[in-house]
Design a protein around this ligand. Structure first.
Ligand SMILES: [Zn+2]
Length: 254
């Protein structure tokens, strides 16, 4: 296989593995049209697909596919023989078989199957459903079809939704963080305010000495005033005026 073809295949497989959980061993749901094309182009399906995928694969089919192939008679006898060799997966139509394409649509819907078919109508129908993976034979070469527009759009939308969800979550997270920070800041501010506000006790103490001195001055003044005002009233010394003649008499006696 050419490197460019392998790169394309790898890209497609990775796309389906990443976005639609396709896993090894890849389950390839094979119908009679694919077997018929393989037969015509002398392709041994299992060998060719293992080479193509470079991975483990599991070839499966359904009862409805086998029954439809059988009903088509001798023209598809070879293809019917091939398809019957594959592992038959339960499709839910046991007892009430449906057309192969209808069955494949429901199977593809239920599980992660790589649908191997040459049925153009089925391919067109499956391309409209996101996550459907198609395989067909181009002559003798298997081709895993690139993801359909529906698959690409689905993945794009999903990633955009995830992105918006992620952004919303981040905003919410940031808001919460902000909220916490705001609360934290409020606490800090409260604390700061607490420390900034003068302590009533310390305030009294700091003011007291000033007031005290002032008070002292005031009290001194007050005292002085009081004294001055009181002296005339309280300390009224009654001076006994001694008459001059008495003084002279006293002196003479001394
Ligand atoms: Zn079925």
């Amino acid at each position: 296989m050419k490197i460019s073809r392998f790169k394309k295949l790898h890209k497609t497989v990775t796309f389906f593995a990443t976005n639609f959980q396709y896993r090894e061993p890849y389950q390839v749901l094979v119908d009679a049209t694919f077997c018929q094309a393989a037969l015509q182009n002398k392709v041994i399906i299992e060998e060719q697909l293992k080479k193509y995928f470079h991975a483990t694969i599991k070839l499966v089919t359904t009862q409805c596919i086998i029954l439809e192939a059988e009903s088509l008679g001798a023209n598809l006898a070879g293809a019917t023989m091939i398809v019957k060799k594959f592992c038959v997966h339960k499709c839910g139509h046991e007892g009430v078989p449906v057309s192969a394409s209808q069955c494949i649509k429901s199977m593809a819907h239920a599980g992660r199957y790589i649908v191997a078919s040459q049925d153009r109508a089925l391919q067109t129908s499956l391309r409209k459903v996101p996550g459907r993976c198609l395989l067909y034979l181009h002559k003798s070469t298997p081709v895993l079809e690139e993801p359909s527009e529906a698959s690409k759009k689905y993945v794009l939308k999903k990633s955009q939704n995830l992105l918006t969800n992620d952004i919303e979550k981040r905003i919410e997270h940031l808001k919460q963080e902000e909220g916490i920070q705001e609360e934290h800041l409020e606490k800090i501010q409260r604390k700061r305010k607490g420390t900034k506000n003068p302590n009533p006790l310390s305030c009294k103490r700091s003011k007291k000495p000033k007031d005290h001195t002032q008070n002292l001055h005031v009290s001194k003044r007050h005292l002085a005033l009081n004294e001055s005002s009181k002296t005339p009233t309280k300390s009224k010394r009654k001076r006994i005026k001694i008459p001059a003649h008495v003084k002279a008499a006293l002196k003479s006696t001394q």
